[in-house]
Design a binder for this molecule. Structure first.
Ligand code: KIV
Length: 271
């Protein structure tokens, strides 16, 4: 029996209900095998993030990621039939043109890829309107404010947001606006810990932080950073829990040496 079969399926209601009771553990995954391992470890929310662009596809940022890329990887993760809630990131320009476009593309994640919710970046009145329309169509939305990487060209770099009184007040307003629009939870990326605490205390939906300190209702990380699989400099908020990249390099070098020296394959691996 799979581990999942013995656990109760996590829904948006479960995630909402965890606020103030139990910390929400979220992590990205981009493929079937990783999704299975992450799910077996008991992660509550699996995000197919558009960080896919950097950590899997080798782009410099998330901007080149397409709907086709996201649908392909979300469907792979969905085949793992995770017990955790499966949320897909809507990529750059897939919800910016109109509300109609936002609903249509959100629907594709559910109908074609098996997502159980979508994530959109931004907390402007226009974004709240689009989120409300998607929620009204029956598709759960995870909000995302603070550092929103799809705005990298405008932000001028990956910088902590909400450091001034004005921008902190704006983020607080965005959080409340997205709560009113119907998000089931809210990602806070790279905001000062005390601001994240105030937002967490001011909204009824759970906050899930990345670089937002310990007071959020949950945490999310990019799996490659956590496993030590990143071949790029990581951010201050990252903690490495393993050195999988080093283990892979060592294993592959050992394979190379054994092939070259004739030690592999032996009789045991031969027919
Ligand atoms: O794309 C992503 O992986 C994300 C999170 C880490 C929040 O948006």
């Amino acid at each position: 029996m799979s581990v999942n079969a013995s656990r109760k399926k996590i829904t948006t209601a479960t995630i909402r209900d965890m606020k103030g009771r139990e910390k929400i553990v979220s992590l990205t995954a981009y493929d079937y095998v990783t999704a299975r391992l992450v799910d077996e470890a008991g992660v509550h929310l699996i995000l197919v993030g558009d960080s896919l662009g950097m950590v899997v596809l080798g782009y410099e940022n998330t901007l080149p990621v397409t709907m086709a890329d996201m649908l392909h990887h979300t469907a792979a993760v969905a085949r793992a039939k995770p017990n955790g809630l499966l949320v897909a990131d809507m990529p750059f320009m897939s919800y910016h043109r109109s509300t109609e476009q936002a609903i249509r593309n959100a629907g594709r994640f559910v109908q074609e890829a098996g997502a159980e919710g979508v994530k959109l970046e931004g907390g402007s009145p226009r974004m709240a309107e689009r989120i409300a329309a998607i929620v009204e169509a029956g598709i759960p939305v995870l909000g995302h404010i603070g550092l929103t990487p799809q705005k990298i060209l405008d932000l001028g770099g990956y910088k902590v947001q909400g450091r001034t009184d004005e921008s902190a007040a704006r983020l607080m307003m965005e959080a409340k606006r997205l709560e009113d629009a119907g998000v089931f939870a809210l990602v806070l990326e790279c905001v000062p810990a005390e601001l994240a605490r105030s937002i967490t205390e001011s909204v009824r939906v759970p906050t899930i932080g990345i670089g937002a300190g310990p007071h959020c209702d949950g945490q999310i990380q990019v799996i490659n950073d956590l496993l030590g699989l990143a071949t790029w400099p990581t951010f201050k908020h990252v903690k490495r829990f393993a050195s999988v990249g080093d283990a892979m390099r060592t294993a592959v070098a050992a394979y190379r040496d054994e092939v070259q020296s004739g030690k592999f394959p032996t009789k045991e691996q031969s027919f």
